[in-house]
Write a protein that binds this ligand. Structure first.
Ligand code: FAD
Length: 379
């Protein structure tokens, strides 16, 4: 037992938890460095744990080098394993550094669900042989909650050589660092006209820049596409029936991604609680610990539900909402408990309190999650 992070009962998951717990403390100094230099002047501070993460979360057939612990292989593909990894890394390291980490988390899920064999092989083998940052670009400057209102277009090139991409995206994780990623685009009218394309950031007409934010600094960027040429083989989903080429492919991915976002927020709340334990009387922490335990249990339940049925939407939406609100409440409560001047005297808490506000918009705001959760409560 460590603070609010009870050792897991399952021996396989406990081995993963203990591995991450031992490696994660190195993330703290790296995260402070990124918080101080978010504009890319320090491109990204390296740590052994995140270097290892960069070649995990990749389908088994393209991942010859899994993590091996106690003789067991970990590819970090299930929601449960991803939740354990991310929660523990945030609890003993730093949540926002994980969001700025190289690897395939979000883009990889879309390529795995929408890519044909050749697209998957190209994307994942390139990430294995030369690990890098990737992105999933959906949100646009006029709003991200309604993903169907996107304006970025992908049109057949007049010379018949593939497509031309035009538009802008905003609030995109690792936009300014990535070598490749997935962009949601409109190829025609209506819901069937929404598709996803692989985009190479070295292509002429692609520009990206870091976004200045108060919390989760160094994570987000904006991108613009001006007549960016996209080869025909980089449009995802063409081998699938028309109804499954676009939104259907990402809907299931979001159930898992919401569990991961919830795990990061729970981890941040745990980190805050454990930090406070060194500064205030244990009796004052009881209510905080109880709330963290409840939301943590909900997050693990949501992950198990997604592993049993990837279409499970209600529990991940509820867990993500509860965890985002938990992270905000625990960090604000910590600053209050430590009294006036706490932000100056405890810079780590100041950082976490700023970071905590990033969880509500990420993977859809609480308002949007409520649209999923409330109908399930009606009888
Ligand atoms: C840390 C972080 C990481 C992110 N990473 C990515 C990423 O990698 N890729 C990506 O594409 N995006 C990413 N985002 C963007 C995120 O998905 C959007 O911020 C989110 O979808 C909300 O969109 P918006 O900010 O444009 O708000 P808007 O959609 O403009 O919404 C504004 C307000 O209106 C409310 N609202 C909107 N529609 C409704 C409705 N129907 N009912 C009730 N209320 C409503 C919202 O809750 C919100 O309060 C990230 C955001 C953060 C903070």
């Amino acid at each position: 037992m460590t603070g609010t992070g009870t050792d897991l009962a399952d021996p396989r998951l406990r081995a993963l938890q203990q591995y991450v717990r031992a490696e994660a403390p190195a993330l703290r100094a790296a995260a402070r460095e990124l918080d101080r230099h978010p504009d890319g002047s320090t491109l990204y501070p390296k740590t052994a744990l995140l270097d290892r993460l960069a070649t995990l979360q990749i389908p088994r057939e393209y991942a010859p080098d899994p993590l091996i612990l106690d003789g067991e292989e970990f590819h970090l593909l299930s929601a449960t394993e991803r939740v354990v990894f991310h929660e523990e890394a945030a609890a003993h390291g730093d949540a926002s550094l994980l969001l700025a980490a190289p690897g395939s988390l979000t883009a990889g899920m879309l390529v795995a669900s929408l890519g044909d064999g050749a697209q998957q092989e190209r994307f994942f083998t390139s990430l294995q042989s030369s690990p890098t940052w990737t992105f999933l670009a959906m949100t646009e400057p006029q709003g991200g909650s309604d993903a169907t209102a996107l304006r970025t277009t992908l049109e057949a090139a007049p010379d018949g050589e593939g497509f031309l991409l035009n538009g802008t995206k905003r609030f995109i994780g690792n936009a300014h660092r990535a070598r490749t990623g997935v962009v949601t685009v409109r190829t025609g009218p209506g819901p069937l006209g929404i598709r996803c394309a692989l985009v190479d950031t070295a292509a002429p007409g692609f520009t990206a820049s870091p976004l200045a934010t108060l919390g989760m600094r160094g994570v987000l960027g904006s991108m613009a596409f001006e007549q960016v040429r996209v080869p025909a083989e980089d449009l995802l989903g063409s081998h699938l029936p028309p109804t499954r080429r676009g939104m259907w492919g990402w809907l299931h991915s979001f159930n898992l991604l919401r569990c991961v976002a919830a795990a990061l927020a729970v981890g941040l709340a745990r980190a805050t609680h454990d930090y406070l334990a060194g500064h205030v009387a244990p009796a004052r922490l009881g209510p905080l610990a109880a709330r963290i335990h409840r939301v943590r249990a909900l997050t693990h339940e949501a992950a198990r539900a997604v592993d049993a049925d990837p279409a499970t939407a209600v529990l991940p939406a509820a867990a993500k909402t509860a965890a985002a609100s938990l992270a905000e409440a625990v960090t604000a409560g910590a600053l209050e408990l430590l009294g006036p001047g706490a932000r100056l005297d405890h810079p780590l808490l100041d950082k976490w309190a700023r970071d905590a506000h990033g969880f509500d918009p990420m993977e859809g705001t609480a308002h949007i999650q409520a649209l999923t959760v409330f109908p399930s409560l009606q009888r």
